[in-house]
Ligand binder design. Structure first.
Ligand code: NAD
Ligand code: UDX
Length: 456
């Protein structure tokens, strides 16, 4: 029986390994982590992350060929293939602070693997890493005296949160990078065969290690760039009475552009886009490529502009003062169908509203616990109310910050009746029926569309 170990039981390690275990009953998969609470939670009905469909996948394999453990060394020692799926956040200190990836967790893993291994292993980079990290890892793994051989592959993960299970079950592609040596190609084939259990071969792409590493950063940069591009146009729409929905539809029907990732919003969030673009910026700068670095940095700058622009619209439309006004925040997660709040645009929006002395009530169906932790400095000032209708009671404004589909189905007449007048609604996700809201009596503002106001 092939034995796999995955170091890191987070948003990527947990779901990807659960899917491999589900699809390959003859492969034993052990996910290890230093976080005892997380490892314990994976073995209960209350999983440590919210992801639609994940419970069923875990349940099917747990205890059969899927195991979770805090014994990192044992997990590594027993495995032929070790995935490393630890966090690689933006560095907050020293050289490259605020831009480069913090590789300390990944390097600790490499040192641990070297320390405890007694047999040859394939090491798979699942974490998103700067291009040429594999080279550094190989140096660590093969440093000093050792008879054990490690073959490093890059297998970046493209799943998006909220749709992780569908993305893993039926991915557009799987990408595996390996060295062009006989042992590199053999290792690569071993991993291809595992994915080929459920993924058509033509969707399993192989490449050299550096291309695979760089493709992951590039994919996220391109996706984020589309969001920033449409958000840039949304500002121009608001100034010109063009409608961003109509513009996005018109350009998206061009098959060269395509319709996806053209939804104007308060800005992109999530643990990946900003971090990965800044990492790309840092890499470009490290290689002396200032123009490409400046180009990509602008995608992040545009995103920050969009978040602040939304708050400015709220402030100006509410007569340039929101001090003491109750504002209900509908949604704190960075997107629908996840409880994850990392880099959520809601964080910046709430901070800027709080700086104007607004009274905030935050509501979210899945992200309340994380939301409380994101803004410790405001914990005493912000009210948290899971029921959005209650959050809106007595409020001057509702701001929709996450595209949870349940927000479409709320009784907005009841919400309107319970609010202060004029009642403002700011749809940061362009997801509600603005005409119907206007007809109820709301002052409606959205992204890249004309305002609907009863005020003269
Ligand atoms: P995460 O923070 O949810 O999980 C990482 C886990 O690694 C944590 O549970 C942590 O305790 C554990 N860990 C850290 N150091 C360890 C060590 N030395 N030994 C054992 N365990 C250790 O992170 P994530 O969101 O799963 O992301 C992991 C990687 O995957 C990152 O590089 C990220 O960029 C990449 N990625 C994330 C996503 C996503 O949607 N979240 C998608 C694609 C790629
Ligand atoms: C992203 C990539 O999509 C995925 O391939 C990669 O593996 C990890 O990073 P994720 O961050 O989980 O996934 O979610 P994604 O669906 O990409 O959304 C990111 C952010 O962009 C969210 O805040 C979302 O609301 C926003 N977004 C997305 C828009 O504002 N408009 C869009 O059209 C699409």
């Amino acid at each position: 029986m092939t034995k796999i170990c995955c170091i890191g039981a987070g948003y990527v390690g947990g779901p990807t390994m659960a899917m491999i275990a589900k699809q390959c009953p003859d492969v034993q998969v052990t996910v290890v982590d230093i976080n005892e609470k997380r490892i314990a939670a994976w073995q209960t009905d209350d999983l440590p992350i919210y992801e639609p469909g994940l419970d069923e996948v875990v349940k099917e394999a747990l205890g059969r060929n899927l195991f979770f453990s805090t014994d990192v060394d044992q997990g590594i020692r027993d495995a032929e293939i070790v995935f490393v799926s630890v966090n690689t956040p933006t560095k907050t200190f020293g050289a490259g602070a605020g831009c480069a990836s913090d590789l300390q967790y990944w390097e600790l893993c490499a040192r641990r693997i070297k320390e405890v291994s007694t047999s040859d292993k394939i090491i798979v980079e699942k974490s998103t890493l700067p291009v040429r990290t594999a080279e550094a890892m190989e140096r660590v793994l093969h440093s000093g005296q050792t008879d054990v051989h490690f073959e490093v592959l890059s297998n970046p993960e493209f799943l998006a949160e909220g749709t992780a299970i569908a993305d893993l079950e039926n991915p557009d592609r799987v990408l595996i990078g390996g060295h062009e040596t006989p042992s590199g190609q053999k290792a690569l084939q071993t991993l291809v065969d595992i994915y080929a259990t459920w993924i058509p071969r033509e969707r399993i792409l192989t490449a050299n290690v550096w291309s695979a590493e760089l493709s992951k950063l590039t994919a996220n940069a391109f996706l984020a760039q589309r969001v920033s591009s449409i958000n840039a146009i949304s500002a121009l729409c608001e100034a010109t009475e063009a409608d961003i929905g109509e513009v996005a539809h018109a350009i998206g029907t061009d098959s060269r552009i395509g319709p996806k990732f053209l939804k104007a919003s308060i800005g992109f969030g999530g643990s990946c886009f900003k971090k990965d673009i800044l990492n790309l910026v840092y890499l470009c700068e490290s290689y002396g490529l200032q123009a490409p670095a400046d180009y990509w940095r602008q995608v992040v700058a545009m995103n920050e502009y969009q978040e602040s622009r939304f708050v400015k619209t709220m402030l100006h439309s509410m007569f340039n003062t929101i001090a003491g006004k109750r504002i209900a925040i509908f949604g704190f997660a960075f997107k629908a169908d996840t409880g994850d709040t990392r880099e959520s645009p809601a964080i910046k929006v709430c901070r800027e509203l709080a700086a104007e002395h607004a009274t905030l009530v935050v509501s979210d169906p899945q992200a309340m616990e994380h939301a409380k932790l994101e803004m410790p400095e405001l914990a005493d000032e912000i009210e948290f109310e899971v029921d959005p209708c209650k959050a809106a009671e007595g409020a001057h404004a509702v701001a929709v910050l996450t595209d949870w589909k349940q927000y479409k189905e709320l009784d907005y007449q009841r919400i309107f009746d319970s609010m202060q007048k004029p009642a403002f609604l700011f749809d940061g996700r362009n997801m509600l029926d603005h005409q119907a809201l206007f007809d109820i009596g709301f002052e409606v503002y959205s992204i890249g569309k004309g305002k609907k106001t009863h005020l003269k």
